[in-house]
Design a protein. Structure first.
Length: 203
């Protein structure tokens, strides 16, 4: 691949990030997460199918490592008993580019059958979708065009989903005043563990 083509891909991805809609919905989402997890004692549950599901899984592990207990719930497995992990004080973060993913729409309905008052945060490229309509807070991605030459493979869309997840993680860390000492308690091994312990000595 020629350098000019690589630069074009980088620019398209960067432009997609710059065009993520920025609204008060982020503050609303962070407030919901902070309330349900850090005040009410619940857990953040993320979910998605396919590539979006992988992003949801990554967001859950990043939240957990930064002081906000979270786990990934596979929407298909939820229909075979895993939904039983859901509790009244939990909150859900669902990710779907189309906003029409059948398994996620069904997950919303199934969850409400178990916990009627469940709150839902939705990251989607389609704010007019059925999933977005079920959301208490909707975070649109801006629906960027995929860099995939076919325009099909989740590429740019998963980039912006990841960035939106980072915004929520960082915002929640600031909201709960997460420190180096807190980080060190969750990272015993590896470079990050040693670095966080060293930095915590200065707090």
């Amino acid at each position: 691949m020629e350098n000019e083509h690589i630069h074009a891909i980088l620019e398209q991805e960067a432009e997609a990030v710059r065009n993520i809609p920025v609204t008060s919905a982020y503050d609303e989402a962070i407030s919901l997460i902070a309330h349900h997890v850090h005040e009410a004692g619940g857990t953040l549950i993320t979910s998605g199918m396919g590539k979006a599901g992988q992003i949801a899984m990554n967001i859950a592990t990043t939240f957990s490592s930064t002081g906000t207990p979270a786990f990934f719930l596979h929407p298909s497995e939820a229909q075979h008993g895993d939904l039983g992990i859901v509790r009244p004080n939990d909150i859900m973060l669902l990710i779907s580019n189309s906003g029409k993913t059948r398994e996620l729409v069904e997950l919303v309905n199934l969850t409400r059958g178990l916990v009627p008052a469940m709150k839902f945060i939705v990251i989607t490229g389609n704010p007019e979708s059925p999933l977005a309509a079920e959301a208490d807070v909707c975070l649109p991605t801006g629906a960027p065009k995929e860099v995939c030459p076919l325009g099909l493979t989740p590429t740019t869309s998963t980039t912006v989903m990841t960035v939106i997840g980072d915004i929520l993680v960082v915002g929640t860390m600031k909201r709960i005043h997460f420190t180096n000492k807190d980080y060190a308690k969750r990272h015993h091994g590896g470079y990050l563990g040693s670095k966080s312990r060293e930095q915590s000595k200065n707090e």
